[in-house]
Design a binder for this molecule. Sequence first.
Ligand SMILES: Cc1cc2nc3c(=O)[nH]c(=O)nc-3n(C[C@H](O)[C@H](O)[C@H](O)COP(=O)(O)O)c2cc1C
Length: 186
Amino acid sequence: MKVLGLCGSPRKNGNTETALRVALDTLKDKGIETEIILLAEKKVEYCDHCGNCLEGKQCPKDDDAKEIFERMQLADGIIVASPVYYTAVPAQLKALFDRSIMIRKKLAGKVGGAIAVGQVRNGGQEIVCEQIHQWMITHEMFIVPIRFGGIVLGSMKDLSAAKRDEVGLNSCRALANKMAETLLRR
Ligand SMILES: Cc1cc2nc3c(=O)[nH]c(=O)nc-3n(C[C@H](O)[C@H](O)[C@H](O)COP(=O)(O)O)c2cc1C
């Protein structure tokens, strides 16, 4: 049993990564194997709708998207953690979501969860969780049955702010516990 955590923040060692690591540590405590991908370390270009993948041909873009999608396919569960950028996922993560057209039907049945980190308490985290959930539903994944998921308070200037948001981090632990429960019941 394995859960892949994808950190969609373009910033390394930031608040989104903190929140995701708390969720992954909770899963590890339940005996579930975890791994993390930091989108900040990857290069993912935009989908320009060339149509190749729709005809069963290789995506012509030579970047890290294929490797990320291979690792997603090997996982039983996927947690996507994202910062809030203007009440939405950042462009880097949206680019990855769009490129996932090349793996249509290949994530079906996996269990998914979302974490969102914003500078203010009601800065759009619920909307970002919803965007992540909609991407997962489009891939026919099962969403962890918990309302919204991890909702965390970060900061533009303070990379450690999330570490002090005990309420937010507890929501990440709750999400992870629910994901473990869902996976272990299978
Ligand atoms: C371009 C940009 C737009 C942002 N828009 C929002 C927003 O709409 N709502 C919010 O709560 N925070 C917003 N923020 C703040 C980030 O969500 C916050 O700094 C978060 O901690 C970033 O995650 P990170 O620490 O992992 O980099 C924005 C930050 C940037 C850089």
